[in-house]
Design a protein around this ligand. Structure first.
Ligand code: ZN
Length: 144
């Protein structure tokens, strides 16, 4: 898989130094998601208060794309209103469905636009989406 080298660097940085990794004992909802085709696994703890994403902590094993993606997702949605977090989530999902045609909205996605190139590789899209799907699941449960 060839990604733009700058983007590859951003992804590897998060993989080597993941943000918000290590499960916190304080959470409202815990979910576990996995991606059997690659062997990626993530457990995600989420807390929401008054419609704001107060905290995400996670642990997991998997490829650099899956782990870097959870790390960046956590950075992006913590302290956001739930509605804004969903907007970011939807933007990332549509970027992953773009088959390499979209560069992504950098204002919403910030460093996560680094994953744009991944959308050309169908086998890796689930890796990139794993943490986001875990967040989608946990946050919709928490908002119920
Ligand atoms: Zn993977």
């Amino acid at each position: 898989m060839e990604l733009d080298s700058l983007y590859q660097e951003v992804i590897l940085d998060h993989y080597r130094n993941p943000h918000h990794k290590g499960l916190s004992g304080e959470f409202d909802v815990q979910v576990k998601h996995n991606n059997p085709s690659c062997g990626d696994e993530v457990t995600l703890n989420l807390s929401i208060s008054n419609g704001v994403i107060k905290g995400i902590s996670w642990d997991g094993v998997g490829c650099s794309i899956s782990m870097a993606s959870v790390s960046m997702m956590s950075d992006l949605v913590i302290d956001q209103q739930y509605s804004r977090a969903v907007e970011i989530l939807n933007q990332f999902t549509s970027l992953m469905q773009s088959k390499g045609q979209s560069k992504g909205d950098e204002e919403l996605l910030e460093d996560a636009v680094a994953f744009a190139g991944v959308s050309k590789f169908p086998a890796r899209i689930k890796c990139a989406l794993l943490g986001w799907m875990a967040f989608k699941d946990a946050s919709s449960q928490a908002m119920e």
